[in-house]
Design a protein. Sequence first.
Length: 483
Amino acid sequence: MSAWKAADVDGRADPSSEEIATVIASHQGFFDDHGSVLVARAPGRLDVMGGIADYSGSRVLELSLSVATWAAVQRAAEPTIHLCSTAAADLGADPVVTIPANALAPGGVPLEPSAARAILTADPKRAWTAYVAGVILMLGRAYGAFRGEGLRVLVHSNVPLGKGLSSSAAVEVATMKALADLAGLKLEGRELALLAQQVENLVVGAPCGVMDQMTSACGRRDHLLALLCQPAEPEGHVRLPPGLEVWGVDSGIRHAVTGADYGSVRVGAFMGYRIVADLAGLRCRPAGPGRVVVDDPELHGYLANIAPSTWVERFRAHVPERLEGRSFLAQYGGLTDTVTEVDPSRTYAVRACTEHPILEHHRVQVFRALLEGGAEGEGARALLGELMAQSHASYGACGLGSDGTDRLAALVRAAGPREGLYGAKITGGGSGGTVAVLARAGSRRALERVAAEYVRETGRTAAIFGGSSDGALEYGTRVFHRR
């Protein structure tokens, strides 16, 4: 087996380099042994506050985790794109896929994202390539990079899949950082994250907001990234007070088949915004089938900019609890959102989906202020837990709860401050996945007791995630050579 080693980085030890070096060496023949390999690393994230409100302009507070994805890249002499995922085989997918370079950029002109999606996702066993090859496509469209050129890209991850920890964003950001540096493009964090989000929205076809990619790119160890999603404005990093820590507990539910899905909740929120715009007397004009443009100098298109008191006093009673898509389109013409569509035959929980980002934006601001004030007293910590409980309940009202995450949150609440556990909430896109827990420092054993009780009651797994690490920008890239 060939041995690979990273060049020294400022004389600092980098344990993660050993892991990816072993992975590269285990894939003999994938890389050219005579050339160098460039590696980037991007962490998963734990959504502490703000989830499913980023697309509505909310502030969010996100923790970059210790689990991460590595992308190792190298130019290829032949005009072929070689892609490898170390996780694909475990998912029943093809671990190595080759794509002619001109398939993504015929005649040197990159395809439209929707056309690339059709090619990359046609075979379910190869659909994972959309997250990686989509980066190549978007770098070509935005910067003219790699048009028709050969590449080798290996992706390795220890971010658990389907657990609400943004494994997809970590893949996109790590690949984007590695390939951008290979092309000589020094992208800033915001630019890198927005381009990675376009990969997921336009090539993969998933209507995610931007908080996942921003955290994976711009996170800082042991801090929460404070981000105003209008559309992606970093507001600094909030250090967790010394007496507090944040954990994630997996519910063992990859995705609940009942209730609403993330996309329908997003549609419901944008339906609500369109109704509010009409109530506010804003001028709306058609912008194509199912699309409208709203002239909105006050809210700038974001529900989060509505004050909670204004929502209650002016709008809440006039936004229907539920509305069929067909009726909405007939009355309001369409959405301002460009990555989702209204299904005429579907009924949406419009009021709850509209209310969530308005109140969540307020909750996040209070949560942040408490942390920045030190949150030293038990009263402040109890209030942090209450804000998390409100956020969790709001997920459920939108239809994104699950029996597992509800039970974990209830067990944390039952243990309470006497056990060092202050609050818990479902994270990310909901419908299962991971619960974020705010705890007193040194309370892992209490959390383990909660997890054990959950396993006893449900028979599901309940892995605990802890630790933090820097985002892709701080990590930079490492150059590996064969020894």
